[in-house]
Design a protein around this ligand. Structure first.
Ligand SMILES: Nc1ncnc2c1ncn2[C@@H]1O[C@H](COP(=O)(O)OP(=O)(O)O)[C@@H](O)[C@H]1O
Ligand SMILES: [Mg+2]
Length: 399
């Protein structure tokens, strides 16, 4: 089968978008995705399709497009960036190069020049064995209320992802005051988020690999600060800086958050490829889930990014998932069974992720499907049963 290279076109000018789409579609070896409406959707597209080449038109919103280009270069160093523009002032060309563009192509595009530049990128990729540098998938786990299982999910998901890939996985514990990921992973020590962001050399990838302590299973951890006062000093800018550095080190970074929406947790979600909203089917949990999903929609997260996970599911009183979906107007991506068993409780006490103690248990197998999805293999649950639920009451509650 032909090995095609993912290419993403982000062009808000309909005329140019149509022309470039046609030219790219006519090129063998190109697997094209295109966005013509907004940069935010362009970000999701890049996160989802992992293009080798992004072509960005600066017209008609030069400043916004340039800051978007800077973000692509920072967060996706593996991407080759072409910038195209109607305006060909030397200052603009210089700015395009400064934000990381490999080529500047003036509009209207000369077909020969354009396709030959694209071909060069495709060829370079083939010659380098198409091995892309590491660029971590980032997943934030947010629990609708305390005890929903956010930390349990984060730690176990990271352990599974760590066992999948060549570059491993890390947990970032952003429950800065009361984070217990370190306890669940049996890891001690390591620098905190503010200390790393302010003091560490984050340029050297080899050095980065040694900065985070690892669990016995090999998963790395950026733990919550040892002293509660230190939590106060962490900022969203720290997170952006540290995430941007560690994206180039791991296959996956799983962020565990406190059950609060603050600048740090919102930043984490914004920077993520996936947000796993962990909920039970009790009334408060669903009520909070409704509010969170509402916010996620306002933040522009689509249904592929905001994924609802029902944890501890399967009790006699649990509401049917279809009823939950109707109520929240959002699909249930996965259900993880309740495992009020000795090994689940023992996992916490021993500081070993449950999936490592009982990899064949129902909960572990269910979580494996989440991990497969996150790492790139779609694995939505298939289920269709008739709904039965106290809908009207809950509908009123959530409004
Ligand atoms: N599916 C499950 N079945 C049984 N116990 C669970 C399940 N998920 C989580 N737990 C337990 O619930 C407790 C709270 O989980 P935790 O992950 O700390 O929640 P959160 O981080 O959302 O506050 C932990 O003791 C954990 O072992
Ligand atoms: Mg927690």
């Amino acid at each position: 089968m032909e090995n095609r290279t993912p290419v993403t076109l982000i062009d808000l000018d309909p005329e140019s978008n149509a022309v470039l789409t046609e030219q790219l579609k006519g090129m063998p070896g190109v697997e094209l995705t295109a966005e013509g409406h907004d940069f935010y959707r362009g970000v999701s597209l890049i996160r989802r399709h992992r293009p080798a080449l992004v072509i960005l038109n600066l017209y008609p919103a030069e400043d916004a497009a340039l800051s978007f280009a800077r973000k692509i270069s920072q967060n996706h160093p593996e991407v080759t960036l072409f910038i195209t523009a109607k305006n060909t002032h030397s200052a603009l060309i210089l700015n395009a190069m400064r934000v990381g563009a490999r080529e500047f192509i003036s509009q209207p595009v000369d077909k020969e020049e354009f396709t030959s530049a694209v071909r060069k990128v495709l060829q370079g990729r083939r010659e380098s064995g198409s091995g892309r540098p590491v660029c971590a998938k980032v997943v934030t786990v947010f629990g609708t209320k305390g005890g929903a299982g956010a930390t349990t999910l984060a730690v176990n998901l990271a352990s599974l992802l760590n066992s999948f890939g060549r570059s491993g996985a890390a947990v970032f514990d952003l429950d800065l005051q009361f984070g217990d990921a370190a306890l669940m992973m049996g890891v001690k020590g390591g620098a905190s988020l503010p200390a790393l962001a302010e003091n560490a050399d984050l340029q050297d990838t080899d050095q980065l690999k040694t900065l985070l302590p690892r669990s016995s299973g090999g998963t790395a951890l950026l733990a919550a600060p040892g002293r509660i006062e230190e939590a106060e000093t962490a900022t969203a800018a720290h997170l952006e800086k540290v995430l941007s550095a560690f994206r180039g080190v791991f296959d996956a970074i799983v962020i565990d958050t406190a059950h609060v929406l603050n600048d740090l947790s919102v930043k984490a979600m914004d920077e993520s490829d996936f947000v796993l909203l962990t909920a039970g089917t009790d009334v408060p949990s669903l009520h909070h889930a409704g509010r969170c999903l509402d916010l996620f929609r306002k933040m522009g997260f689509d249904r592929e990014k905001a994924l609802l996970v029902l944890n501890r599911y399967g009790g006699a009183d649990d509401i049917h998932p279809e009823a939950v979906e109707k109520l929240l107007n959002h699909p249930v991506a996965w259900r993880l069974p309740g495992q009020d068993t000795e090994w689940m409780a023992g996992a916490v006490t021993r500081g070993v992720p449950a999936v490592e103690l009982q990899p064949r248990a129902k909960w572990s197998m269910a979580l494996r499907r989440v991990a497969e999805h996150v790492s790139g293999v779609p694995a939505y649950e298939k289920r269709r049963r008739p709904a039965h639920a106290p809908m009207a009451f809950l509908q009123k509650l959530i409004g």
